[in-house]
Design a protein around this ligand. Structure first.
Ligand code: Z5A
Length: 212
């Protein structure tokens, strides 16, 4: 590593199904590219390395003969994340690249911690796996589950996690909001607004956080 190269920053977009992460990521990617005169490295979770993409397939598919138990689901999310952090995110940051993540650790805390009711276990696995590594900035796109799921329903067949009952997503949302309140690296964006208003709020948060 060249020690004169300043480390890059890790920016993450989070939110429930249908929150609008796809268009938010395109917007943030463009902002970061103009800010740094270089495209960020884009990642998605679970996934983003060959091994982690295999795990993504495992956690998304429905297997009636061998249903994934909650603990295995959680450990698979962290196995995928450990690979991605070690082999993609940390090397990119060390080389001065910025990294833009479609989901990261907050998803596990919200879905497996809040949704599955295993927050202490998830926090323990998170601490052991990531050892304090975390994004510089997370934009959490907040949306009531009913609104988000209605938007997502227009996209076709639902995967295994998308098929959870609405109260699973309510618990996940409450956990997102509780954790965001306690962490000033997380910005809450009201994603129930029309898309142009959501994008205006995202750009204003980026200006405030990254260019001040
Ligand atoms: N998961 C987990 O449990 N634990 C973990 O640790 C991690 C993940 C990392 C990943 O699925 C699943 O894994 C996810 C969480 C879980 N499952 N669930 N539920 P994924 O990567 O396949 O899916 P996703 O990340 O949830 O969704 P997405 O498709 O990438 O993005 P999105 O935010 O859900 O939706 P979108 O495609 O951006 O927007 C949906 C539609 O709404 C689309 O037609 C838009 O045009 C429309 N839209 C967006 N914004 C608006 C506004 N403002 N107004 C009106 N319409 C809008």
């Amino acid at each position: 590593m060249d020690h004169s190269t300043p480390a890059g920053k890790f920016i993450v977009i989070e939110g429930l199904e249908g929150a609008g992460k796809s268009s938010a990521i395109a917007l943030v990617k463009q902002f970061l590219t103009e800010l740094n005169q270089a495209e960020p490295v884009c990642t998605r979770e679970p996934g983003g390395t060959p091994l982690a993409e295999k795990i993504r397939t495992l956690v998304k598919e429905v297997n009636h003969d061998d249903p994934l138990c909650d603990e295995a689901e959680c450990l698979l999310m962290y196995a995928a994340r450990a690979q991605l952090v070690a082999n993609v995110i940390k090397p990119a940051l060390a080389n001065g690249r910025w990294v833009l993540g479609d989901r990261h650790n907050l998803s596990s805390l919200a879905y497996q911690g809040g949704g599955r009711g295993m927050l202490p276990l998830v926090q323990a696995i998170s601490a052991a796996t990531l050892k304090g590594f975390k994004p510089d900035l997370t934009l959490y796109l907040d949306i009531p589950p009913k609104v988000g799921l209605a938007r997502a329903a227009n996209r076709g067949a639902l995967d295994r996690i998308e098929q959870q009952a609405i109260d699973f997503f309510e618990r996940a949302r409450n956990t997102y909001l509780t954790l965001a309140n306690a962490d000033d690296t997380i910005e809450v964006i009201d994603a129930s607004q029309p898309m142009d208003a959501v994008h205006r709020d995202i750009l204003s948060a980026l200006q405030r956080r990254l260019t001040a």
